[in-house]
Design a protein around this ligand. Structure first.
Ligand SMILES: [Ca+2]
Ligand SMILES: [Ca+2]
Ligand SMILES: [Ca+2]
Length: 245
């Protein structure tokens, strides 16, 4: 029977009249080699509400090396602007190196950014500038971005699934996804018709996925390889790689 080790850290900042900043876990040290029998669960949550700026991170910075058990890492951020025309940013996990190790692991980056009015200065990003190695096991990455501004599941993020049947439920965004061995699934928001698919011939099951009719800085642009199945939130069922083209 595996034992458990849990860390949960929450930060909350509300500032009526000024800027707010909250970071659930800030540049925390690594959990390295916790031992064969230890399941590790880490969660950082930040909530910021400000009148001149609001910035929230669930987890910012750090190296997280997990062991062979079923581990879980969660970063959750909520940022809310209390006056119009201000910068509001929420990022679930930013600038981290994450190695989940063996076992059926879960990684979650969740961000909600709300402005009094929806502008480009309101941004929610689930996983930003993160390098992820999921390792062996049937792992799952969930990236969720909500709110009334720019919403991206992942941004400048690299995910390597390793062996096992992995699920990349990332909503939208920019980055690189390598499924690795076994039957992997990529899940995106919307419908199949919302995307362009271009084969990347020098990669196994290589495909570049971009959003149709969208060329903004924060539009979806993903390089994907070794992923066998594709699913869209607006449609039921799966598409296989060959059906994308
Ligand atoms: Ca693990
Ligand atoms: Ca895996
Ligand atoms: Ca695969």
């Amino acid at each position: 029977m595996a034992s458990r080790f849990s860390i949960s850290s929450s930060a909350f900042d509300i500032n009526i009249g000024g800027p707010a900043e909250a970071i659930g876990l800030d540049k925390q040290g690594a959990i390295i080699d916790p031992g064969e029998d230890v399941r590790v669960r880490i969660k950082g949550r930040g909530t910021a509400k400000g009148s001149t700026q609001a910035d929230a991170w669930g987890i910012r910075g750090g190296t997280f090396i997990f062991g062979v058990q079923r581990d879980r890492l969660t970063g959750e951020a909520t940022a809310e602007g209390l006056s119009p025309e201000i910068k509001v940013t929420a990022i679930g996990i930013e600038a981290a190196y994450i190695h989940m190790g063996d076992g059926n692991d879960r990684l979650i980056g969740k961000a909600t950014a709300k402005g009094l009015n929806p502008t480009d200065d309101v941004k929610a990003i689930g996983l930003k500038d993160v390098e992820i190695d999921l390792g062996a096991g049937n792992d799952r990455v969930t990236a969720i971005a909500k709110g009334n501004g720019i919403k991206l599941g992942v941004y400048n993020t690299t995910i390597n699934g390793g062996g096992g049947d992995d699920v990349f439920d990332i909503q939208s965004g920019q980055g690189t996804i390598e499924g690795g061995n076994d039957l992997d699934t990529l899940m995106l928001e919307g419908n199949f018709e919302d995307y362009n698919f271009a084969e990347i011939s020098n990669l196994e099951l290589g495909v570049n996925i971009t959003k149709v009719n969208s060329s903004t800085l924060y539009s979806t642009d993903l390089d994907v390889s070794e992923v066998e199945r594709f699913r869209f939130s607006g449609q039921s069922g799966f598409l296989e790689y060959d059906e994308l083209f």
